[in-house]
Design a protein around this ligand. Structure first.
Ligand code: PEP
Ligand code: MN
Length: 356
């Protein structure tokens, strides 16, 4: 049995432990955001601050860039790594950056928290054999035309070097379609996750190559259960030295995070913005309460059919205790009890009306 096939439910349970510093496996998606390339201290620090404020959990930025043309911007190299470290010191965000060559591994590992192996290097076997030895998590992007088998086999090279901290990243594959840069292959991303037990994230920026598709593709990826996203964000995308068409500006990223329900309340900068958020959440809560009431009425009918009483105190206590136990930072157990006692009272009344 191959290493990848051997990764089972046990591996999944240990994801949280393996990636402790990255909050992977915490139940919340990992959001890696930042510019395509590190261009200057001002640019990367501004991007780091903006994405952190909007709820990103890691910073990306290319220092060594794999560019199709030798005349395109090749990245700032070691200076870019140094600037990423400055941005990390300013924000506390872990840094994800690409390593293109075995000769760069030690250098990149000195600065980065996660080593990225890019699409064009997914079958650079010398790199795969050595990149895991730096002892850092490795983000392995899927090759432009790699099959699931080839992608998982590449991951296996890293796992076999004794490093189990591998994150897979689906970034679109090359197809006949020309209206997008690549084609996001969510099907294979889902299969990669179930087959390997490794966390899988999606990079809609490189998949689509156009900023208008980032939001719907991000929503789709998270709805499909992916472990996170990698999003390109630049202070002034149209002037970016690489991948200008696909990068989001700070405001667009912040709106994306709001749509994904990942924008922290601290990012709401005005009373109006807070009220808008509260109104939106209230509508969601009401919609859920309406659905809850319908389910409560239905259970009332079924209880009547079964000759059971409306009030089943054990059930009510168990329900409230369970929720109080789940209470988090923003709501204490006692407050949860207070709210659900009110909900249950209304629900009981509706059921009693059925029995009357
Ligand atoms: C990148 O993420 O900077 C990058 C070059 O992506 P890919 O390897 O997916 O093309
Ligand atoms: Mn890019």
């Amino acid at each position: 049995m191959s290493v990848v096939e051997g990764l089972t439910a046990e591996t999944k349970r240990t994801v949280a432990g393996r990636f402790a510093g990255l909050r992977l496996g915490s139940g919340r998606p990992m959001i890696i955001a930042g510019p395509c390339s590190v261009e200057s201290e001002e640019q990367i620090v501004a991007a780091a601050r903006a994405v952190k404020a909007a709820g990103a959990t890691a910073l990306r930025g290319g220092a060594f860039k794999p560019r199709t043309s030798p005349r395109s911007f090749q990245g700032l190299g070691e200076e870019g790594l140094r600037l990423l470290a400055v941005a990390r010191a300013e924000t506390g965000l872990p840094v994800v950056t690409e390593v293109m060559d075995t000769a760069q591994i030690d250098l990149v590992a000195e600065y980065a928290d996660v080593l990225q192996v890019g699409s064009r290097n997914m079958q650079n076997f010398a790199l795969l054999k050595q990149v895991g030895r730096a002892g850092k998590p490795v983000l392995l992007k899927r090759g432009l035309s790699a099959t699931l088998e080839e992608w998982l086999a590449a991951a296996e090279y890293i796992l076999e070097s004794g490093n189990d901290q591998v994150i897979l990243c689906e970034r679109g594959i090359r197809t006949f379609e020309t209206s997008t840069r690549n084609t996001l292959d969510l099907s294979t991303a889902i299969l990669a996750r179930t087959r390997s037990g490794l966390p899988v994230i999606v990079d809609p920026s490189h998949a689509a190559g156009r900023r208008d598709l980032i939001e719907p593709l991000s929503l789709a990826a998270l709805a499909a259960g992916m472990d996170g996203l990698m999003i390109e964000v630049h202070p002034d995308p149209d002037r970016a030295l690489s991948d200008a068409a696909q990068q989001l500006n700070f405001e667009q990223f912040s709106r994306l995070m709001a749509r994904l329900e990942l924008l922290p309340a601290s990012a709401l900068e005005s009373i109006d913005a807070c009220r808008e958020e509260i109104d939106r959440l209230d509508e969601r809560i009401l919609d859920l309460l309406l659905r809850r009431m319908a389910a409560a009425r239905r259970v009332g009918q079924l209880k009547r059919g079964a000759g059971l009483p409306v009030l089943q105190e054990d059930r009510e206590h168990a329900l409230i205790d369970r929720l109080a136990g789940l209470a988090g930072d923003e709501l204490a157990g006692e407050e949860v009890r207070e709210i659900w006692q009110a909900i249950l009272a209304v629900s009981r009344r509706a059921q009693q009306a059925l029995h009357a």
